[in-house]
Design a protein around this ligand. Structure first.
Ligand code: GLA
Length: 391
């Protein structure tokens, strides 16, 4: 693992030195997993994410003029702009960096020009939030470089707004939060309403988490994501007529959903049912984690998947196939789709000794069914965003 950090960090900073001939400062932001609590963040519920050993690195120095030079090491492409023109370029990869600069401007933070080379090893489109990692890493770096005085929570909130306003995905706060606040061998329960959070130890000894990457990202992902948000708001508007204190689905209950089933109509009913049940499920799952009852925790993961598949309808054929493959495997305690949906990964809680056989069997089955490779990633939980100090 140390080697992975070093090789990516070296790759990025060596490229920077080659391009700009200066010694840069180096920053790192990881991708994330989420154990349970899906599509609950923008409903002000709970989530249980952790930050990964896969990360993005920015090597960066300030400039004396107002130019910004971005070099994407993994694509070997460069994009330049000046701070007074933040219009959207053809290169969609640059949206995330422009989004960060745009957000700082909108909030009255003044920065100068800068030059950066960035890259890493978070698989793109695999649901590990490479975009949040990019936003958080640059936000954190600019905060340090220009002494903006932002604390970690402010960085998270501004990074989320960058995504919402410039990129145009109405994502919740989970991804940016997990990337910035992650801690080695810990999962974090975040209350997305109060923003209170608590670390739970998650040492991986007897059991491991493995991500199975469908290798697909259906184009529906961002449009359907925004639609789900609207459907939840439509549910809230109906509950508010009878319960004025309901501000979000966090304030609704599964019983309330049943009570208003008819007025909600089939689609909104199923969306609200899933979300209110999932919010309760995260609380119960955390209790199980504290009791060390991983078998019951795993059963909750399956419940989440079933809700996402049938009620929230954000899964897809490939994800359902991968989860179904595990259902009769006694070595797998739990499995479900992870993240926004319509592709990306499943997350699987598996007995340590069974990992090799599991991966092989899953890869074969997936290849046979979809003629595609199935990358599998064994999760390691590492610290969140920070500066990389090198000797
Ligand atoms: C995406 C979003 C998050 C969250 C998840 C679903 O990853 O960026 O804010 O809503 O989907 O839980």
């Amino acid at each position: 693992m140390e080697n992975t950090v070093c090789s990516n960090a070296d790759r990025v900073s060596n490229k920077f030195i080659e391009l700009f001939g200066e010694t840069p400062r180096l920053f790192r932001s990881p991708g994330r997993i989420n154990l349970i609590g899906e599509h609950t963040d923008y409903n002000q519920g709970f989530v249980l994410p952790a930050s990964l050993d896969k990360a993005v690195f920015f090597a960066i120095t300030p400039r004396k003029d107002n130019r910004v030079i971005l070099h994407a090491v993994d694509l070997d492409e460069t994009y330049e702009f000046t701070l007074d023109d933040l219009s959207k370029p053809e290169q969609t990869w640059a949206y995330y960096q422009l989004a960060v600069v745009d957000q700082l401007h909108k909030n009255g933070y003044s920065i100068g020009g800068f030059q950066t080379a960035f890259g890493g090893d978070i698989p793109l489109g695999a649901g590990m939030s490479s975009s949040a990692a990019l936003e958080c890493c640059l936000m954190f770096a600019l905060n340090e470089l220009f002494g903006l005085g932002l604390d970690r929570m402010e960085i998270v909130k501004l990074a989320q707004k960058s995504e919402n306003q410039y990129v145009g995905v109405q994502s919740g706060i989970m991804d940016q939060f997990a990337s910035v606040f992650g801690k080695e061998e810990s999962v974090i329960r975040l209350d997305c309403r109060s923003l209170d959070y608590e670390y739970f130890p998650f040492p991986m000894n007897e059991y491991l988490l493995v991500l199975c990457d469908t290798n697909v990202k259906h184009s529906l992902a961002s449009s359907e994501y925004n639609t789900r948000r609207k459907e939840c708001e439509a549910g809230v508007a109906i509950f508010q007529k009878y319960h004025p204190d309901v501000q979000s689905l966090r304030d609704a209950t599964p019983a309330m959903v049943e009570q208003h089933r008819e007025e909600l109509g089939d689609v909104i009913y199923r969306r609200c049912k899933y979300v209110t049940e999932e919010i309760v499920r995260v609380q119960e799952a955390c209790e199980l984690l504290l009791q060390g009852d991983l078998a019951s925790f795993g059963a909750k993961m399956y419940e989440t998947h079933d809700g996402l598949q049938h009620e929230y309808e954000v899964s897809c054929e490939e994800l359902d196939f991968l989860v179904d493959q595990t259902r009769s495997n006694p070595e797998v305690l739990g499995a479900r789709m992870m993240g926004g949906g319509f592709g990306g990964c499943t997350i699987n809680l598996i007995k340590n000794t069974a990992i090799e056989a599991f991966e092989q069997q899953m890869k074969e089955a997936y290849q046979q069914a979809f003629s595609r490779d199935l990358p599998c990633y064994r999760v390691r939980i590492m610290d969140g965003t920070g500066e990389v100090h090198r000797i």
